[in-house]
Design a protein around this ligand. Structure first.
Ligand code: ME8
Length: 507
């Protein structure tokens, strides 16, 4: 049986339309999911939306609609956005799904019955736009440390989860599972800033708003965000029922999240799972933020465009490539339309697009599109083909360690070498003498092989472009396994291929 791979994005708040930051996590998750599928894994890739809470209740009120009507519209757009970005999710969970709500209620009741949830009183400083409670030490000059707005002191009867009980088990788990949190710096932050100073019990219900899942045994309470939201990763598999799907895919292999919610995924979530007696996820990766003008792109700040505009203007693969390539995965990085254009021109247009169109055109011009396998190799050929056939091993290693931008860098390094090989072998000079015909065919063939292997490796990242290249090369076997089976004869046809990317004007 195939090995399984379960990967998730956070479930995003549909409090406003999604922006390029949401695309960032989702594109990366998609590329990894596609990579694993091509590597033979049985992949389950989940994304979705986190739809309850005061903020959405308020937004809907402002818009004069019910919360459900409010979120339905945003989710329609979100699904359209994911389709335009070629996001290949297997399941889209909404926390307003009836089966999710029922399962969350069962989980809450189970934790209550076994004593992990108890009733108490909550006092805290609450930031409405961020839906976050803060302690005295966390607020900055009386303002929310995330968005800088006012916080209010709130007291209410509430249910609590005994998070404090899991301090030691969490520390032990971190100790025995050194790769649980990546990058390493985030793990140290969790240990030093949160776990070691002591964990407080966590408030998990509210009476001050209605838009949430009711506590079955105390209906004036609704379940507060984290137990509703985090459990999406198991309710979608059928839990608390021990379904086949649950048995097959749990534990999750990789939760991809932005750095601001690492704490919830590496402290609260594992503690809930420990309380439920379930296995913990294998890894949580907390990536950095895309920044605009020095600040986070944010729904509350409204400093962004609909990402579909970029897709319409520059094409889906320009956006996907930019998200995957521009910023070292894990770090913060600046997002700008200008750098998207520069990246598209320099890599997709100049390196990839030019190589593909030049090579196919030469194959057509010099050999009527029929190019045979090389017979005689020179040193310069061996140097190129070695890097072509070693590429997969290199990229495997990079994807395994989630160095996604470096994985692409490896592929583009081979593409660059192919371009240099054209400059060094000068096919247009070889074409002048009939006696050089065999040498010329070798050169074109090696280039076609380079393009074929790179296009196969690019499939998870820029799938539409790879498809176009496969059409241009007229090949149908594009699996990872086919990399080691060089094509015997290329039959390119005689139609000049369309440019993969048009050069975008830079100001
Ligand atoms: O936090 N740069 O939802 P959310 C990079 N519902 N990634 C960004 C980003 C940016 N500027 N802005 C957003 C929630 N993201 C909760 C999650 S999970 C059980 C519940 C991405 O809509 C990044 O993945 O605020 C971040 O963690 C997530 O969107 C936050 O989405």
């Amino acid at each position: 049986m195939n090995k399984k791979f379960y990967i998730t994005t956070p479930i995003y708040y549909p409090s406003a339309e999604f922006h390029i930051g949401h695309c960032y996590t989702t594109i990366i998750a998609d590329a990894i999911a596609r990579y694993k599928r091509l590597s033979g894994y049985d992949v389950y890739f989940q994304t979705g939306t986190d739809e309850h809470g005061l903020k959405i209740e308020n937004k809907a009120k402002e818009a004069g609609v019910t919360p459900k009507e409010y979120v339905d519209k945003i989710i329609l757009n979100a699904k359209d956005l994911w389709q335009s970005l070629n996001i290949s999710y297997d399941y889209f969970i909404r926390t307003t799904d009836e089966d999710h709500k029922k399962r969350v209620q069962e989980i809450f009741k189970k934790l209550y019955d076994q004593g992990d949830i108890y009733k108490g009183e909550y006092k805290g400083l609450y930031c409405v736009p961020c839906e976050s409670f803060w302690t005295e030490t966390q607020v900055v000059d009386g303002k929310c440390p995330d968005c800088g707005r006012d916080v209010n002191l709130v007291t209410e009867e509430a249910y609590f989860f005994k998070l404090s009980k899991y301090q030691k088990p969490l520390e032990d788990f971190y100790e025995t599972h050194p790769n649980f949190i990546e990058p390493e710096s985030r793990k140290n932050e969790m240990l030093n800033n949160f776990i070691r100073p002591g964990l407080e019990d966590l408030c998990v219900s509210r009476t001050s708003f209605k838009w949430g899942i009711p506590v079955t045994f105390d209906e004036k309470h609704v379940i507060y965000v984290w137990i509703d939201a985090l459990t999406n990763y198991i309710t979608s598999l059928g839990y608390p029922e021990e379904t086949e799907k649950f048995k097959k895919y749990w534990p999750c292999d990789l939760h991809l999240v932005g750095k601001e919610i690492v704490r919830f995924h590496t402290i609260i979530w594992p503690a809930i799972l420990m309380a439920l007696g379930l296995e913990l996820p294998k890894q949580v990766f907390g990536h950095g933020w895309l920044i605009i003008d020095g600040g986070k792109i944010s729904k509350s700040l409204g400093n962004y465009k609909d990402p579909r505009e970029y897709i319409r203007t520059y094409g889906v693969d320009a956006v996907r490539y930019y998200a995957l390539r521009e910023v070292p995965f894990g770090s913060d990085g600046n997002f700008s339309e200008k750098s998207l254009i520069t990246r598209t021109n320099s890599d997709l247009c100049n390196i990839l697009g030019n190589l593909v169109s030049r090579t196919i055109q030469m194959g057509i011009k010099y050999f009527d599109g029929v190019v045979h396998e090389s017979k005689k190799m020179e040193d310069i050929d061996a140097y190129l083909t070695e890097s072509i056939y070693n590429l997969k091993t290199m990229v495997d290693g990079k994807v395994e360690s989630l160095k996604i931008n470096e994985a692409l860098e490896c592929i583009f390094e081979v593409l660059r070498k192919c371009n240099k090989y054209i400059d060094d072998t000068t096919p247009w000079v070889l074409a002048k003498e009939e006696e050089n015909k065999e040498r010329l065919e070798t050169v074109i063939y090696n280039l076609l092989e380079g393009i074929r292997v790179c296009a196969i490796m690019l499939q998870p990242f820029i799938p539409e472009t790879s498809e176009k290249i496969f059409k241009g090369l007229n090949i149908s076997d594009t699996t990872f396994a086919s990399i080691d089976k060089p094509v015997e004869v290329y039959n390119l046809g005689n139609e000049k291929p369309a440019n993969l990317f048009e050069r975008i004007k830079e100001d």
